[in-house]
Design a protein around this ligand. Structure first.
Ligand SMILES: *[C@@H]1O[C@H](CO)[C@@H](O)[C@H](O)[C@H]1NC(C)=O
Ligand SMILES: *[C@@H]1O[C@H](CO)[C@@H](O)[C@H](O)[C@H]1NC(C)=O
Ligand SMILES: *[C@@H]1O[C@H](CO)[C@@H](O)[C@H](O)[C@H]1NC(C)=O
Length: 341
């Protein structure tokens, strides 16, 4: 190999241990190390008024799937209010944030999901490329690309997701294809938001079993109370493969109630979730429950750092840093580079 500079040997030896460590870490990071699969959605956000929430029977702070009665909401919000568009979808956002924290190399994050052959689909593709993630969408033309209306009132936010194309993800049509499955096999860490349990549990199970059989890390996010309530069977089919379970206190409380944990204590809930049956016994399950401003309960971790095998205290610092940057901005967006060491 060629040495780029004529740096004297003595100077090179002075390269600090820290820099060497950083270099080693970078070298061990390969494209497609982190795999995510979920619902790619275009976020349409606007500050709305109470009348608008009432008209569509929305709670100020909630996330739901669009029903027939919400169909007109998507047109009305664009007509009546000043809207902003952002590439979204919970899993895709998490993969993008992890890639942003990692920076180099590009395409450490892989993302699978289903979109339509339309303008919104094109926007999602552009945004994935700008985010340097390796997105492989299953493109079909029966349903349009999914959207998520974020109806903002004060500090509250009511999300209404119209999955549309996202709901059409098919294991046989996409995940099972050899060139796609090879990307799954390349990953070391898997992350899926609970929202995808409503779409293709067989796809999640295939990925989760692969992770478990190869002692790789499989992470799941509880995502919203309705997942634990109305998609309980799907959730519990996947649970035995979950190495890292994420959730907030509201989601944890609902999960605990649905599982008859008979406790509302967040630490107890975390312990009981950790003790649920697990297939890969080489790793103990880690349960990460956030509580808004308060201490995160149990072990703490974040995707970009998990991919890099960092100790958990470093993971939580990374998570807090990125959450802090993103919470101050519209949609899931971020500055060009993180300022995190
Ligand atoms: C936000 O929602 C809560 C109920 O979830 C309500 O008590 C509060 O007044 C709302 N705030 C605004 C600014 O709408
Ligand atoms: C879990 O999902 C919530 C809601 O979508 C999100 O705010 C949070 O960042 C997710 N956690 C991780 C580790 O991605
Ligand atoms: C937790 O997430 C849910 C959505 O799943 C949200 O409605 C709730 O406000 C969040 N709770 C806290 C304490 O942040």
């Amino acid at each position: 190999s060629t040495m780029a500079s004529g740096e004297p040997k003595a100077k090179k030896q002075k390269v600090s241990e820290k820099r060497r460590r950083r270099r080693r870490r970078k070298m061990s990071l390969h494209p497609n190390s982190l795999f995510g699969m979920g619902n790619p959605l275009l976020d349409i956000s606007a500050v709305v008024d109470k009348d608008f929430l009432d008209k569509y029977s929305l709670k100020p702070n909630d996330q739901i799937l669009a029903e027939d009665k919400h169909k007109a909401l998507f047109e009305e919000i664009v007509k009546k209010f000043k809207v902003e568009y952002h590439a979204g979808g919970a899993t895709q956002n998490s993969i993008k944030v992890a890639q942003w924290m990692i920076q180099e190399p590009h395409n450490v994050g892989t993302f699978f999901g289903c979109i339509g052959k339309d303008k919104f689909g094109e926007i999602l593709k552009e945004k994935a490329e700008e985010g340097h993630i390796d997105a492989h969408y299953y493109e079909q033309d029966e349903e349009p690309t999914g959207t998520c209306a974020a109806c903002i009132t004060g500090d509250n936010r009511s999300l209404v997701a119209n999955l549309a194309a996202a709901n059409c993800y098919k294991k046989e049509k996409h995940l099972d294809l050899e060139e796609n499955w090879e990307l799954v096999e390349k990953a070391k860490v898997y992350y899926i938001a609970g929202f995808f349990l409503t779409v293709s549990v067989e796809s999640i199970l295939k990925v989760a079993k692969h992770a478990s059989e190869n002692n790789k890390l499989f992470c799941l996010n509880l995502s919203a109370p309705f997942i634990s309530q109305f998609f309980k069977d799907n959730l519990m089919q996947v649970m035995p493969y979950v190495d890292v379970l994420f959730g907030n206190e509201t989601e944890a409380a609902t999960f605990a109630k649905e599982q008859d944990f008979e406790t509302e204590d967040i630490e107890e809930i975390a312990k009981k979730a950790q003790a649920l049956p697990k297939v890969n016994t080489k790793r103990q399950r880690v349960v990460v429950l956030t509580q808004g401003k308060h201490e995160t309960v149990m072990a703490k971790s974040f995707l970009s750092e998990l991919v890099q095998d960092k100790p958990l205290d470093q993971c939580v610092k990374a998570a807090h840093y990125s959450a802090n940057v993103i919470i101050r901005r519209a949609g899931c967006t971020f500055p060009e580079k993180p300022d995190f060491k």
